[in-house]
Ligand binder design. Sequence first.
Ligand code: 13P
Length: 228
Amino acid sequence: MIVAANFKMHKTRKETKEYLKELKKIDFNGVKVAVFPPFTALMEDELIGAQNAYPAINGAFTGEIGLEQLNEFNIKRVLIGHSERRHIIGESQEFISKKFDFYKEKGFEIFYCIGEPLEVRKKGIDEVVKYLQNQLVGIDLEYEKLTVAYEPVWAIGTGESASIEKIKETHAEIRKFTTRPVLYGGSVKPDNIKEIINIPNVDGVLIGGASLDVETFKEMIKIAKEIK
Ligand code: 13P
């Protein structure tokens, strides 16, 4: 069972340090925990991963960070393909797959995100699967350090997670493409995490908003521990 926190553009370095200190007061007891803070809060810690990274060691890529900067903090985990980067920043599948290849080649653990927007979901599961397949183009789906995160765009930050039925049918489809762990993300919180992680083919969760409060995040880890 994997429980991961994506802070997005929240928290300072100081706040992240305090958060980690508080978080480590509990025993994870076999639950794998990961925390993705903003770039400015990257630090050497086994829980930490980067929310994004450019596919190069270093170079003339203004506003980006690459392998050299991650190495400084001994970071070996990266999130790639988050819908906010795809849809707000405008990253293409071609670019995303380049990032994947680069960090795979460097032996990173990759949390790879996929997820359809509402207009696709409205067309039904077959269209959703086609859309997700396009987000998997160029990705080695059996990479041994890959974790996939299914995050329907319409459920992210809305307070309304996807229904159990929709998560179930979509994860069953994704399972046909990979044997690696598949997380669900999109409005996961203490009062729905239990039923979500009990769904077949859900191997954990990627949490945005509800991870920001460390006590809430700890509460969710505790629930995952009981189910594991
Ligand atoms: P929320 O939990 O805030 O919906 O965000 C999910 C997400 O995008 C995690 O990467």
